[in-house]
Design a protein around this ligand. Structure first.
Ligand SMILES: [Zn+2]
Ligand SMILES: [Zn+2]
Length: 353
C-alpha cells in the first residue's frame, strides 16, 4: 500500500524510544535500558534482534561484538563514535597504548568480571549506590582498577552485595538495578553514603587525569600513561615494585579495592616524586644493567640503568634458580618457535654464571 511504511522502516525510528546514552555509561547498561524502554525481557529482546549474538555470556563492554554496534548505529541512529565511547576500548588504548591488547577478559588496569555462562565469578564491576539511585546507569569508570571511590559522592565504591558477597551483575539484578540476584536484598538502595571521604585517593585522581591524555606529572616531565604502565610492569617483574598486602599470584586488577587503592597511591607517589623516588627502588634492585637494557625500558625509567651493576645480576642466587626453572617450564608448556634453542641458551647462560 502506497505511503505505508514497511515493517523494516517503522522499526528504524524512533527505536531508541527516547533512551539515549548518558555520558560515561557502559554499553551493557545502555542495552539494558533500551530493552526496558521496549518493556521487554532483555534476553528475549536481543535474541530476537540479534539471533546467535553472544551478549550476556561475554564481557560485551570490551566492545568486541560488531553486530551490537551496527544495531545501535542503524536502528537507534547513534553515531559510531557514540557507540564506541560506551565500550572500554578507549580506556584500553589510553592505558596500554594502541595495538596492545591482552586476551579475552583481560585488560591492563581494567577489572576482569570472570564471565561464566550468563553469570560472573569476579567482582569486577564496582558501583556507587548514590549515583545509581540518581541516574540508574552503570558507569564506565567503575570497571577501572584504580577507581575505588566515587568522585561525585566521595564514598567508597561497592564491589559486592553487602548481604551475600555476590558480584554485581546488572543483567541479573532484579527490579531494574537495585535488588541482588542472589539474596534478593535491595542492597544498592539501602547501602548509601556509608563513609564520606575528604577526597578520592591521590592515585585515582592522577590516573583519571592521565586518561584524558595529559600524562602523569613527575618532578621533571609528564609521562604518557602507557609509558608509566610499561615501566611499572617492568619494575614489578624485577621485584622492585610490589603491591603491599596483595593476595599472592593474583593480578592487581583482581585484588581487593583496599589493595588496589594502596597500590595505585604508590604508583602515583613513585611518579610524582620521580626521579627522587628512584633511591627506594634501588634498595630492592635485583637486576643487572644488561638485563635492564635488554628489556628496552621506557625513557622515563632509563636513568636507573647507570646505577646498576654492568653485568652481574643483584638477584639472589636462589631467586635466579627459581626464575630459570619457571622460564624452562614456560618454554616447555608454550613451545614457541625455536623453544629448544632458547632452552639450550638459557641453560648455557646459567651454567656460565
Ligand atoms: Zn556516586
Ligand atoms: Zn546479595
Amino acid at each position: 500500500m502506497a505511503g505505508t511504511p514497511s515493517l523494516a522502516q517503522s522499526e528504524l525510528f524512533p527505536f531508541h524510544r527516547g533512551v539515549l546514552p548518558v555520558e560515561g555509561e557502559l554499553l551493557s547498561s545502555y542495552l539494558l535500558r533500551l530493552a526496558g524502554a521496549h518493556s521487554a525481557d532483555h534476553y528475549r529482546f536481543y535474541s530476537t534482534l540479534l539471533p546467535r549474538a553472544q551478549l550476556w555470556n561475554r564481557d560485551i563492554d570490551r566492545g568486541s561484538d560488531e553486530r551490537v554496534a551496527k544495531l545501535l548505529v542503524e536502528r537507534c541512529r547513534l553515531a559510531p563514535a557514540v557507540v564506541e565511547a560506551m565500550s572500554l576500548r578507549s580506556y584500553e588504548v589510553a592505558i596500554a597504548g594502541p595495538g596492545v591488547r591482552k586476551g579475552p577478559g583481560r585488560g591492563t588496569w581494567i577489572n576482569p568480571i570472570g564471565v561464566f555462562h550468563r553469570t560472573r565469578t569476579l567482582a569486577g564491576l564496582q558501583v556507587c549506590p548514590d549515583c545509581l539511585a540518581e541516574q540508574n546507569i552503570y558507569q564506565r569508570i567503575w570497571r577501572l582498577s584504580f577507581v575505588t571511590s566515587c568522585p561525585y559522592h566521595l564514598s567508597p565504591l561497592l564491589v559486592v552485595c553487602p548481604g551475600c558477597a555476590a558480584p554485581i551483575i546488572p543483567h541479573r539484578q532484579l527490579a531494574g538495578t537495585s535488588i541482588c540476584h542472589n539474596c534478593h536484598i535491595d542492597h544498592l538502595s539501602r547501602t548509601r553514603r556509608v563513609t564520606e571521604l575528604a577526597a578520592v585517593p591521590p592515585g585515582q585522581q592522577v590516573l583519571i587525569d592521565a586518561l584524558a591524555g595529559r600524562g602523569v606529572p613527575t618532578l621533571e616531565e609528564r609521562i604518557p600513561l602507557p609509558e608509566l604502565v610499561r615501566g611499572v610492569a617492568l619494575l614489578r617483574r624485577w621485584g622492585m615494585f610490589r603491591a603491599p598486602l596483595s593476595a599472592k599470584g593474583v593480578p592487581i586488577e583482581s585484588q581487593s579495592p583496599f589493595v588496589r587503592s594502596v597500590y595505585f597511591d604508590l604508583v602515583q607517589e613513585l611518579a610524582v616524586q620521580w626521579p627522587d623516588s628512584m633511591g627506594r627502588l634501588m634498595v630492592k634492585g635485583r637486576i643487572s644493567r644488561q638485563t635492564f637494557e635488554t628489556a628496552k625500558p621506557p625513557s622515563w625509567l632509563a636513568c636507573i640503568g647507570q646505577h646498576l651493576s654492568p653485568r652481574h645480576s643483584l638477584k639472589a642466587p636462589q631467586k635466579a634458580q627459581k626464575s630459570l626453572a619457571s622460564w624452562l617450564k614456560h618454554l616447555r608448556l608454550t613451545k614457541p618457535d625455536g623453544w629448544r634453542e632458547k632452552r639450550a641458551s638459557a641453560l648455557v647462560k646459567a651454567a656460565a654464571k
